[in-house]
Design a protein around this ligand. Structure first.
Ligand SMILES: *[C@@H]1O[C@H](CO)[C@@H](O)[C@H](O)[C@H]1NC(C)=O
Length: 378
């Protein structure tokens, strides 16, 4: 390791930019790296034609202080081939006051693909709950695949205001006890696919927040963590909507929750057209849960975010909570058209019988399964 590294990039072919590091494999100065990255970004973003690609080479580590890559860019599509490792600085000094909440941010960049097998290391232990590691704001037609994300300071990946997003083949890991380290956090975004990934963190594997729709999640292994969550919606009386969320062929292993929908008392809006199909629970807590009583001591209003058309089909495996199905709906409209079919779970605790509890939940369930769900109202 050397202290004074030089970092350049050079152009190979017409629009492929390759980072070149002189004399070392670990760039220890974030001032130098940020400068080099921003220069490379300017060229990449301004490139026209060909296949504008920035290659961050294998076997190298780049220490990066917070930075934003801003569009709009000239080319319809851009590629970042991340093979090496991006590392957040090990002390807070690199975080200036204006830039507390985001580490690596892309804004208004359309047609971006990030791939390449590299790693993004947030060094989270130093400032957990402080900052999002990789965030995308207003990035349409976004692809992120084949990366490893470790120890984010807070959310590993945040998607806000983006349409047409495909996220796949990621490995996202943080310790089970790390606070607010969501895997992928989605808000105000439409038409997203998350698939074929492993997410094990200290908070939600995937969190779907307000004004999001057409979100498909498939073949994701989640755990440890708090499960796949819709919400919490309606905080402080807010109007929020989520619809068309489909979770299929996912596994929850040792998670605190499984398929969860949570709303704040006093909120407005709706969560509807949501399905969980072919889900496997391995020692999961609260495998199926809707909770409309999210704490908000300020809210007096007895209205709720409306929950309707939610189905659970083919949920199998083991629950650490005897109350394996819990529909705790508000006393206003309650939850409508909840469908439970082919749920076949056993207790992870020997000798315990699983059961379901409903409050003001309307819907149907197929008979003779475990737990039986006789508590749904017509
Ligand atoms: C998302 O999932 C739904 C329900 O399974 C399916 O009908 C739809 O085609 C999927 N969308 C995409 C883009 O895969």
């Amino acid at each position: 390791m050397c202290v004074f590294c030089l970092i350049h990039y050079r152009r190979v072919f017409s629009t492929v930019y390759f980072f070149y590091i002189h004399a070392c494999t670990y760039v220890t100065s974030f001032v130098i790296t940020v400068k080099a990255f921003l220069r490379a970004w300017d060229d990449l973003c301004g490139a026209t034609g060909g296949r504008p690609t920035l290659v961050i080479p294998h076997g190298k580590e780049f220490l990066l202080s917070p930075l934003s890559f801003k569009g709009p860019c000239k080319s319809k599509n851009l590629w970042i081939q991340l093979q090496g490792t991006l590392v957040a600085p090990g002390s807070m000094n690199a975080w200036d006051d204006n830039n507390k909440e985001k580490w690596i941010q892309f804004m208004q960049v359309n047609g971006l693909t990030i791939y390449g097998g590299g790693q993004i290391d947030g060094q989270g232990k130093i400032w957990w709950d402080y900052c999002q590691a990789l965030s995308f704001h207003s990035c349409n037609n976004l692809r992120v695949s084949g990366l490893q994300h470790v120890n984010s300071q807070k959310n590993h990946i945040s998607i806000n205001g983006c349409n047409d997003v495909d996220i796949s083949h990621l490995k996202i890991t943080a310790p089970e006890e790390s606070p607010n380290t969501d895997g992928i956090d989605i808000s105000a975004s439409n038409h997203l696919q998350i698939h074929d990934s492993f997410i094990g963190t200290g908070d939600d594997c995937v969190a779907i927040n307000g004004f999001s729709s057409y979100i498909n999640i498939s073949r994701v292994l989640c755990g440890p963590g708090h499960g796949i969550s819709i919400g919490s919606l309606g905080k402080g009386g807010a109007y929020e909507t989520v619809e068309e969320v489909h979770v299929e062929d996912c596994t929850f292993k040792g998670t605190m929750n499984g398929a969860r929908i949570k709303t704040w008392k006093g909120g407005r809006g709706y969560a509807r057209k949501i399905s969980f199909e072919r889900i496997r629970m391995i020692n999961a807590g609260n495998p199926i849960i809707i909770d409309q009583t999210y704490v908000n001591r300020m809210a007096a209003a007895s209205r709720d975010v409306e929950i309707s058309d939610v189905s659970y089909k083919g949920v199998i495996g083991s629950s650490t909570d005897a109350r394996a199905v819990y529909f705790n709906c508000g006393d206003g409209a309650g939850c409508r058209n909840i469908v439970v079919e082919d749920v076949e779970m056993t207790s992870a605790v020997a000798g315990k019988q699983l059961f379901a509890v409903c409050n003001n939940a309307h819907g149907t369930s197929s008979a003779d399964r475990s737990p039986r769900v006789p508590c749904l109202l017509p």
